[in-house]
Design a protein. Structure first.
Ligand code: AMP
Ligand code: ZN
Length: 138
């Protein structure tokens, strides 16, 4: 429990939420400002700031919960689902307690998607090398 963390308070029941799922490790509740009805947030009950420090076992568990919730949302009649996690301020993270967004999509909702950049082959090759050597060091 991190002092002054909104999602720790929601996990602890100190602040109410529209809970849709709960187990020993995680909690899922409706986003208060949904991109579409049914937009759900999944959080670990324990405080982790983002993907970098998130415990690996919990990360895997959150993805299992994401799958369950996606299937339940699909049954409500949505046309598609985006799954996103914002990590760090520059990536749009506002609440610094790790969370996964499950965002229902509705045909024609016209939500903006990120634009793709054109990179040169060499730039793509170099990035692939950098990332794999970063992985080799972890
Ligand atoms: P992020 O930008 O990834 O940090 O997303 C934070 C999300 O939390 C936003 O989509 C907010 O609408 C949502 N949010 C903020 N306060 C609450 C709250 N009390 N209950 C539910 N969702 C919230
Ligand atoms: Zn927290």
């Amino acid at each position: 429990m991190e002092k002054d963390c909104l999602f720790c308070k929601i996990a602890g029941g100190e602040i109410p939420s529209r809970k849709v799922y709960e187990d020993e490790m995680s909690l899922a509740f409706l986003d208060i400002n949904p991109v579409n009805p049914g937009h759900t947030l999944i959080i670990p009950k324990k405080h982790f700031e983002n993907i970098y420090d998130l415990n690996e076992e919990i990360a895997a568990h959150l993805m299992k919960v994401a799958k369950k919730i996606s299937i339940a949302l699909k049954k409500t009649g949505v046309d598609g689902i985006n799954i996103t996690m914002n990590n760090e301020k520059d990536a749009g993270q506002v609440i610094f307690h790790s969370h996964i967004h499950i965002m229902p999509r509705i045909k024609g909702d016209n939500l903006p998607m990120w634009p793709g950049k054109k990179l040169k082959d060499e730039e793509l090759d170099e990035m692939a090398k950098k990332i794999s050597s970063g992985l080799a060091r972890t």
